[in-house]
Write a protein that binds this ligand. Structure first.
Ligand code: SF4
Ligand code: SF4
Length: 82
């Protein structure tokens, strides 16, 4: 999963781009729910939030590092739950 750092300027553009509805406003800035973020695996070739963020504040979450296979499995779980 990816994460949003405190460099986020709350510009709102990433939230509607997320195919998994993983992004929402937190207490001080936007946040990513790790259980919903597939790093866009299953939907797009690159993370859509990273592609659109004007301040490059969306790195990999060091607490939720996942390989591509794990991200695929998360995508399948999320799809099955819909
Ligand atoms: Fe959503 Fe993709 Fe960004 Fe994860 S990488 S928060 S799935 S847009
Ligand atoms: Fe924050 Fe970047 Fe999302 Fe804008 S696009 S709300 S700066 S994380």
């Amino acid at each position: 999963a990816l994460m949003i750092t405190d460099e986020c300027i709350n510009c709102d553009v990433c939230e509607p781009e997320c195919p998994n509805q993983a992004i929402s406003m937190g207490e001080e800035h936007y946040e990513i729910e790790p259980s919903k973020c597939t790093e866009c695996v299953g939907h797009f070739d690159e993370p859509q939030c990273v592609a659109i963020c004007p301040v490059a504040c969306i790195p990999v979450d060091p607490a939720h590092k996942e390989d591509r296979e794990t991200l695929w499995q998360k995508f399948e779980r999320l799809r099955a739950a819909q």
